[in-house]
Design a binder for this molecule. Structure first.
Ligand SMILES: [Zn+2]
Length: 456
């Protein structure tokens, strides 16, 4: 007797692309049979020949503040992501954490979460702990030592590695990065980095990240490469990364399927000279929260908000879609949402990324095959993260599963209404239990915190 049996599943073999119809038997949260399942299930669901895939793994999100989760009894970010079929995500990206790894892990271990979480410890968060609150100044030797101690503590508490947000901490030079990494005891970690600067500076920024990986022999995940070089230099940047990969440097990247990015209006991304850099004007910036939500900037509004309300989220419509597509197609690029919401306001990538790839780039524009899209959402991030039991529908693997209709799956979130759930997601299963049925969230406490060391 299975706990859960899924009949009439259509599964795509990630290596051969072959489709086969089968049943899946699940017991104690683990896939125990794939093929003809003769036993019955305590719960049985009919996939109705829809695609049945391993749950999507989002290697790049920005997590909730746990104090706010407790206050509202809701997860601002992952409550939406699970409706897309995401069952595991990586928090703490771009150098930032909302709280200590221990606080995040303890809460999720005690109370559950919509999906499974892993987390980096962020370099900007560490700088704050060490007392460096000026993003434009370099950390002192003493501060670097203190940051390294905090890294070692965070790794003990289950962090998977260190993330950097160099664009947001311009004072952190190459030497600061390398000095910090030299002091980290555990070498079995993953680095992720939001590059130092975009557009024409993007090439040098990517070279810097390659150099960090080379000097430290640590694997590097280049964050949202689309917003780094989809300004006329994507092809060159992809070639540089591919050449480094061919030399044996352990580099991969992620990308979200949108040609606009989001950041706080007061952040260094919008420092003087940004519009010349992007060859755009003030009206390429739309405010995405607060009283001006939905409004395009002019010079006065832009300067006023930077001065008076610097944390206001803003969308920048500044990238070239054809170059974002080139990034999505690159062999070393996986799908990552960079998803983040603040009181239900923000960028639609937090509620639409995965269905959008299927709708727009697989179905409508034919830029990716269904198999390649699925690989970039499942097996590729699972391997990158060392998740030996996730990313495949095989016996012995965790029963994190999404069932969706490949003909109708579609994102509905827009820049005006960024939290509208997608369509076409039939079921999402986390740890062998049904979390979502027909786009409706039934259980948002099935996820757990995954420590990197548990998986090795
Ligand atoms: Zn970032």
């Amino acid at each position: 007797m299975y706990d859960l049996k899924i009949i009439n599943s259509k599964i795509i073999d990630m290596e051969t692309g072959e489709e086969k119809t089968c049943d899946i038997g699940i017991k104690d949260g683990i896939i125990v049979d794939v093929g003809n399942c003769h036993g019955s299930g305590e719960i049985e669901i009919d996939a109705n020949l829809n695609i049945t895939s391993p749950g999507f793994i989002d290697i790049h999100i920005h997590e909730e503040e746990i104090d706010n989760v407790i206050k509202t009894n809701s997860f601002d970010v992952t409550n939406k992501m699970i409706l897309e079929g995401v069952t595991t995500a990586v928090a703490g990206n771009c150098g930032s954490n909302k709280q200590s790894i221990k606080k995040l892990a303890d809460y999720i271990n005690n109370c559950g979460a919509p999906i499974n979480y892993l987390s980096y410890v962020g370099h900007r968060y560490l700088r704050g702990l060490a007392g460096n609150i000026d993003p434009y100044s370099k950390a002192s030797e003493r501060q670097i030592k203190q940051m390294a101690e905090e890294v070692n503590k965070s790794l003990e508490d289950g962090a998977i590695g260190i993330s950097f947000g160099l664009e947001y901490s311009p004072g952190a030079d190459f030497e600061e990065i390398i000095s910090l990494l030299d002091l980290v005891k555990n070498r079995d970690i993953l680095l992720a980095a939001h590059y130092r600067k975009d557009a024409k500076y993007g090439i040098d920024s990517i070279k810097e990240l390659i150099e960090v990986s080379k000097c430290t022999s640590l694997p590097m995940q280049i964050s949202h490469i689309g917003s780094c070089t989809a300004f006329g230099m994507m092809e060159e940047s992809l070639e540089i990364v591919q050449n480094a990969v061919d030399e044996g440097i352990d580099l991969l990247a992620d990308c979200y399927p949108y040609d606009a990015f989001e950041a706080s209006i007061g952040s260094p991304v919008f420092d003087e000279g940004c519009f010349e850099l992007w060859n755009k004007s003030y009206d390429s910036i739309m405010l995405s929260e607060g009283p001006y939500r939905g409004k395009r900037c002019d010079k006065n509004l832009f300067l006023k908000l930077r001065e008076e309300y610097p944390t206001t989220l803003a969308i920048a419509y500044v990238m070239n879609e054809d170059e974002v597509i080139k990034a999505l197609q690159a062999a070393f690029v996986m799908i990552g949402s960079d998803g983040f919401f603040k009181k239900n306001q923000g960028h639609p990538r937090g509620a639409g990324t995965f269905p959008r790839v299927f709708k727009k780039y697989v179905r409508e524009m034919n830029k990716l095959s269904l198999r390649d899209a699925l690989r970039k959402m499942t097996v590729m991030p699972a391997e990158r993260l060392g998740l030996a039991n996730k990313g495949k529908l095989k016996v012995g693997f965790d029963a994190d599963i999404v069932i969706f209709n490949p003909e109708t799956v579609a994102d509905k979130a827009t820049f005006d209404e960024p939290t509208i759930p997608p369509e076409g997601i039939k079921y999402v299963i986390v740890g062998g239990k049904v979390a979502v049925e027909d786009n409706v969230l039934l259980n948002n406490r099935l996820g757990r915190f995954i420590e990197r060391k548990q998986e090795i």
